[in-house]
Design a protein. Structure first.
Length: 137
């Protein structure tokens, strides 16, 4: 599991990849992520997209937001936004979660950056283990 926190923007990223024994699709990977306790979708749905990022993966990207109470100092309500990705590739699953808390004016820029530059540019090393043939084969 990879976890990163940026205190200045109240943002967090989690990335988990694991192998399954059976063939999986993105829904099975989302279900397994829940079973493993990695997180549930949170907030009111803003957008849903089916894509193939990382390249070759069958991926659901889901974005949700919760609008909080108004902040008296700034006069703006705080919004908590979440971007989830659940992906499948043959027998591998991927769980990705980005969360941030800010004024609504900052949320869309952060979500766009994470969707396009972090998740969109994600490249994974191969899970394949080279196998040597037994002598005489």
């Amino acid at each position: 599991m990879l976890r990163a926190t940026h205190e200045g923007t109240h943002s967090k990223v989690e990335l988990v990849i694991w192998r399954e024994e059976e063939l999986v699709n993105r829904q099975k990977c989302e279900d397994r992520a829940r079973e493993k306790g990695y997180g549930e979708r949170a907030g009111d749905e803003v957008d849903t997209e089916i894509t193939s990022v990382p390249q070759g993966w069958d991926t659901l990207v889901w974005i949700g937001a919760d609008h909080g109470a108004s902040d008296a100092k700034r006069g703006e309500a705080e919004t908590t936004a979440n971007l989830y990705a659940f992906a499948a590739n043959v027998r591998k699953c991927l769980y990705f979660h980005f969360s941030t808390n800010a004024a609504p004016s900052a949320i869309s820029e952060r979500l766009a950056f994470v969707r396009l530059r972090v998740l969109g540019d994600l490249r994974l090393d191969s899970f394949d283990v080279p196998r040597e043939h037994a002598p005489g084969r």
